[in-house]
Every structure is written in structure tokens, then in C-alpha cells.
Design a binder for this molecule. Structure first.
Ligand code: KG4
Ligand code: ZN
Length: 341
């Protein structure tokens, strides 16, 4: 019997420090340390994120190794997020991975975070039902990105549409901030929206060419609307929170789904996946499930634990790179901007 391929994955691109262990493509452990320090500042403070990564990385890796029952000496390679992300945050994971690779004399594998979000669909664990077949379209929606990606193979990905300003997650978080909700506001808008009427308020949607997106105008329109209503009634937000959240959420989801539908029509692809933090949104998930019967799409929605940042997605990407012997060297450096090849 040949030796199993064991990959340790490291993710530190933003404000989550994460480590995961995968054996022959199957997930053994997935540990994420969230950084609560940013809550009080209403957004991620890069300097604080780097420091927290430095504190968290050893305990997180230790915990992932313990949970997996894997001995360090049996690890085949270490995969880490090279970018895109916050440079100080990326430096912590990159430096750790370089040291680990050098210390154990094992290959070092660099991973594009956005590619990782998409390949999260190929993580196999005890709950996994099925993965998309190639080619498929992936709507990748996170705090930093909003893209429609044509995925022809594990490493043949083309961005066919993307935001020209804010990301969808940013739109959620900025709307939440205007409502005085703590960071990150996306999950809270999702929670309050469940009790509200999505048709209560109308917000102007952007008219953007092709398959691209824009969310900055929506944010300004939303801020003006809230300021205007609050000037008439100081209690407007607290009295109507559920309806406001449901309406802004509906607008963001409509914008996303309209472009995704257009992309499916243009490419003729009915194999549709979503990825990234915003794919945890319950209304986006529900709307996509409805599209299944309406448009005959086959829809792939990641498990909640693989939507927001995690290292299982980095480890699985590392696994497929390992199969291709796509290794990097000690001279690699992290990249804040890092386009998918
Ligand atoms: O992928 P991710 O964890 O980090 C980045 O790579 O950016 O995405 C984080 C983003 C945040 O903007 C957060 O508000 C959003 O995902 N998010 C949500 C939900 N859960 C996380 N947005 C809407 N509804 C949710 N349930
Ligand atoms: Zn992400």
C-alpha cells in the first residue's frame, strides 16, 4: 500500500487563524480561531490582526494536529495562503509554513485564497454528499471579493465577472454599521431579516455592464435613506430593524442572483456553486435552492464551516497541488493582491 498523502493547511489572510489536516483528500481536523478583538473597532484592524495571528498560530496548529491524531513526522506537505489578503496577516502564516517546511524537510505549497474558497467544494468529510462537475460556475462572495468564476478544472479558473468597488460582504457589513450593529454585520442582518418583510423598503439597484457588480452606490443610498428617516423619527431603526434588514438583504441577493442567472444563460452552464463568507447567508441559499426547480440548475452550497475563512479549503487545494507536484520555495513572499491564474 502506498503512503497516504497528508496535508497540513494554514490560513491567515484576514482575521481568522486556521489550521486543518487532510489525509488523501479526506478532512481529519479543521480548527479556526476567530479574533474577537476587532468587534469594538467596527472592522478588522490590520495591525491587531497580525498580532493575534502570531499569538494564535501555534495553539491552532497544535490543536489541529491533536484532533487529527497525526504525528508531525507523517505530514507530506504544508500548504498556506499566499494571498490575497492583509499583508501583515499573510506574513504570519507564510513565515510559519516556511519554518515548518524547513524544519521537517517537506514540500511547501502556496495557495490562492479565492481558489481555496472554490475548491472547498471538494473537501470530503462524513457529511459530504457530492461535488460539482466541471465546468461549473462559482459565485464567490466574501468580505473582500465578489466574483463569478468559470471553473473548467481544479486549476483552470477564469473570473468572468467581478465587483468594480465594494464586495457583497462589505455591503452587508457597511449596512450593518449604518444600523449600529457590531462587526461583522452580515450574519446579524441575516438573523434579523428572518423576522422582516423583504418588500418593506425599496433600494435602487446598480446598472452595471456585463457580469460585473457594484455595491458602493447601494451603500450610499442606504445611508441617505436611514439618515433621512432617522431625522424624522429617532426610533426608526430600532422600530423597523427586521424590515430594514430584510429589505437590504433582498436587494443584495437580487443583485447577485441576477448576474449569476445571466452568467448561466451566457455560458449555458447549469452546474452552479457558491463560495465565501456570504454563501452562509440563508436567503442566498434558499433562493438558489428555488432556482433548482425553476431553471434546472444543479446547485452546490458549501457546509457552513467551509463558507467563511477556514484552512480545510487551503489543505484541499494543497492536496490537489501536491498531486501535480506544484511546490514553491523558501523565497516565496505573500501577496496582498494575488490574481487567480
Ligand atoms: O470569506 P470570509 O470569511 O472572509 C473573507 O475572505 O472576506 O467572508 C466574510 C464576510 C463578511 O463580510 C461577513 O459579514 C460575511 O462574509 N458573512 C455573511 C454571513 N456570514 C458571513 N453575510 C451575509 N449573511 C451571512 N449569514
Ligand atoms: Zn475568504
Amino acid at each position: 500500500m502506498s503512503k497516504p498523502i497528508i496535508i497540513l493547511g494554514i490560513e491567515s489572510s484576514c482575521d481568522d487563524t486556521a489550521a486543518a489536516v487532510i489525509i488523501d483528500g479526506k478532512l481529519l481536523a479543521n480548527v479556526v480561531a476567530n479574533q474577537l478583538v476587532h468587534k469594538q473597532w467596527g472592522g478588522v484592524v490590520p495591525e491587531l490582526a497580525s498580532r493575534a495571528h502570531q499569538q494564535n498560530i501555534i495553539p491552532v496548529v497544535d490543536s489541529a494536529l491533536k484532533k487529527s491524531g497525526i504525528d508531525k513526522k507523517d505530514i507530506s506537505a504544508i500548504a498556506f495562503t499566499r494571498g490575497p489578503g492583509l499583508i501583515g496577516s499573510l506574513l504570519v502564516g507564510t513565515s510559519f509554513a516556511k519554518g515548518f517546511s524547513l524544519g521537517l524537510n517537506i514540500p511547501l505549497i502556496e495557495v490562492n485564497h479565492m481558489q481555496g474558497h472554490i475548491l472547498a467544494h471538494f473537501i470530503s468529510d462524513e457529511t459530504k454528499q457530492h461535488s460539482p462537475s466541471f465546468p461549473f460556475l462559482c459565485l464567490t462572495v466574501s468580505g473582500g471579493h465578489t466574483q463569478i468564476v468559470l471553473v473548467k478544472d481544479f486549476f483552470d479558473m477564469t473570473v468572468i465577472g467581478e465587483t468594480i468597488d465594494d464586495a457583497a460582504g462589505e455591503a452587508f457589513d457597511k449596512a450593518a454599521k449604518i444600523l449600529n450593529l457590531p462587526y461583522p454585520g452580515g450574519p446579524l442582518i441575516d438573523k434579523y431579516a428572518r423576522l422582516g418583510n423583504p418588500k418593506a423598503y425599496k433600494f435602487t439597484k446598480p446598472q452595471i455592464d456585463k457580469l460585473d457588480f457594484s455595491f458602493s452606490g447601494l451603500k450610499t443610498g442606504f445611508m441617505n435613506f436611514i439618515n433621512n428617516e432617522t431625522s424624522k423619527n429617532n426610533g426608526f431603526v430600532s422600530e423597523n430593524l427586521a424590515n430594514i434588514c430584510a429589505s437590504i438583504q433582498q436587494t443584495i441577493i437580487d443583485i447577485l442572483i441576477t448576474k449569476l442567472t445571466k452568467a448561466a444563460e451566457q455560458t449555458g452552464i447549469k452546474e452552479i456553486a457558491i463560495a465565501g463568507g456570504v454563501s452562509a447567508n440563508s436567503q442566498l441559499r434558499e433562493t438558489l435552492m428555488n432556482k433548482k426547480s425553476e431553471l434546472g440548475w444543479r446547485v452546490y452550497i458549501p457546509d457552513f464551516s467551509y463558507c467563511t475563512d477556514n484552512a480545510a479549503m487551503i489543505a484541499i487545494t494543497g492536496y490537489y497541488k501536491f498531486l501535480k507536484k506544484d511546490f514553491t520555495t523558501q523565497s516565496t513572499i505573500p501577496l496582498a493582491r494575488y490574481a487567480m491564474k
